[in-house]
Design a binder for this molecule. Structure first.
Ligand code: AMP
Ligand code: GLY
Length: 426
């Protein structure tokens, strides 16, 4: 098969690594890709918001299968546009991608189908939103309805913070994404990321992971896209996993099908494991970043037939095999991230780092310039390792990081702390 992958992050490098290893893959392209992906695929400078250009590329290069990495093209309907032109693509169509594209849509779907999630109300003007806050008190969570590149959620500790978030969103601080706002109950528990592959009807559980959203050690500082992850997440016991499938994933698939927009692709549930069981924080209509980096390390089976089966409605009899080992990934980011940062600094020592046993380095914001690897984004590298335990994988990943010479970068030094504490009996 000739395959085109869309995206340029660490998630896409991990997907590219698996796709390139598949015996089913013939020609393999990635748009736009990065310096690491260039080792797995032929990178092409396509604008992935330009669906007509993607379709034209598929025609010229006889593409059999398109894999979409990020959410924006899914929510914009790239899968529908490819299908209309006769091309098979992995991921949900525009209407099904509303599970990520509109928080209000997902909350209403949960309410109508008894899917456990935080209590909420939707608002289109600041006045009623602020009145409602008087009845809830704080802490309380304010969310922009639409896609806001990870910046659309404010966990307000006080009513003053909550009111300020309402003003910021309705005054256009997040663009069109904030034209509608969801106010929801603050949930207490441990967070986990759970992934299921869906074909419209059947959901095949993939694996669980835990992300580290805050920029600083000890989970401090502002939220980021994710500073590191590990898999499996010990909080996702077999019982909690079964409840997640029965109470959240399957009812969602059933409801989407009943609404005439069956969900195909990977359904990523951000969960809060509360004392009453798993509750949905949010859905994403794509693989997680950096969760995919650890999932792909642990996936023993060929990824490509699984993605094709998701498109073809053939997951019912499908099975995937996983390594029982733990995988962990540490994000190296440019100093300043998630605020302003510079691009273009040279990164050295990557080959020596990759020689540490069990280590795999996935690139995110990198590019090649004059034969050197230079930074080209906020999150730049994912130094990943697999071992028998999270503690061992953590040791290997940091051993590799210590071989990387990149003074303009930084990373958290405590990725995996919750699992390590558990392993040490704490
Ligand atoms: P989201 O972008 O929806 O994943 O939210 C970002 C982060 O905000 C989540 O990972 C949680 O840590 C936190 N969060 C979101 N919604 C809630 C909630 N209802 N209760 C507690 N924390 C939340
Ligand atoms: N790591 C969280 C996300 O991909 O949204």
């Amino acid at each position: 098969m000739n395959i085109l992958l869309l995206g340029s992050g660490g998630r896409e490098h991990a997907l590219a690594w698996k796709i390139a290893a598949s015996p089913l893959t013939d020609r393999f392209y990635c748009a736009p890709g990065n310096a690491g992906i260039a080792r797995e695929a032929e990178c092409v400078a396509l604008d992935i918001t330009d669906h007509a250009a993607i379709v034209a590329f598929c025609k010229t290069n006889k593409i059999d299968f398109v894999v979409v990495g990020p959410e924006a093209p899914l929510v914009a309907g790239v899968v529908d546009d490819l299908a209309a032109a006769g091309f098979k693509a992995f991921g949900p169509g525009r209407l099904a991608a509303r599970l990520e594209g509109s928080k209000g849509f997902t909350k209403d779907l949960c309410r109508a189908n008894n899917i456990p999630t935080a209590a909420y109300e939707r608002f289109t003007a600041p006045g009623p939103a602020k009145e409602y806050l008087k009845t809830t008190g704080a802490p309380i969570v304010i969310k922009a309805d639409g896609l806001a590149a990870g910046k659309g959620v404010v966990v307000a500790q006080t009513l003053a913070e909550a009111n300020a978030a309402i003003d910021m969103m309705f005054e256009g601080g997040l663009g069109a994404a904030g034209a509608e706002v969801v106010i929801e109950e603050f949930m207490v528990g441990e967070e986990a990321s759970f992934f299921a592959l869906c074909d419209g009807e059947t959901a095949l559980p993939l694996a669980s992971a835990q992300d580290h959203k805050r920029v600083g050690d000890g989970d401090t500082g502002p939220n980021t896209g994710g500073m590191g992850a590990y898999s499996p997440a010990p909080v996702m016991t077999p019982e909690i996993t079964a409840r997640t499938m029965d109470e959240i994933i399957r009812p969602t698939l059933k409801a989407m099908k009943a609404m005439g927009c069956p969900y195909k692709g990977v359904l990523f549930a951000g969960l809060m494991i509360t004392k009453d069981g798993p509750k949905l924080i949010e859905f994403n209509a794509r693989f997680g970043d950096p969760e995919t980096q650890v999932l792909m390390l642990r996936l023993m089976s060929d990824l490509v037939p699984a993605l094709v089966a998701s498109c073809d409605g053939q997951l019912k009899a499908f099975d995937l095999r996983w390594y029982p080992d733990a995988a962990l990934t540490v994000v190296m980011a440019a100093k300043g991230y998630p605020g302003d940062y510079k691009r273009g600094s040279a990164i050295k020592g990557l080959d020596a780092a990759a020689e540490v046993e069990g280590v795999e380095i996935f690139h995110a914001g990198t590019k090649e310039a004059d034969g050197r690897i230079v930074s080209n984004g906020g999150r730049v590298l994912n130094v990943s390792a697999m071992a028998k335990t999270v503690s061992q994988a953590q040791r290997l990943a940091y051993q590799a990081i210590d071989r990387i010479k990149w003074p303009e970068g930084f990373c958290r030094r405590d990725i995996g702390w919750q699992a390590v504490k558990r392993e040490q009996g704490g």
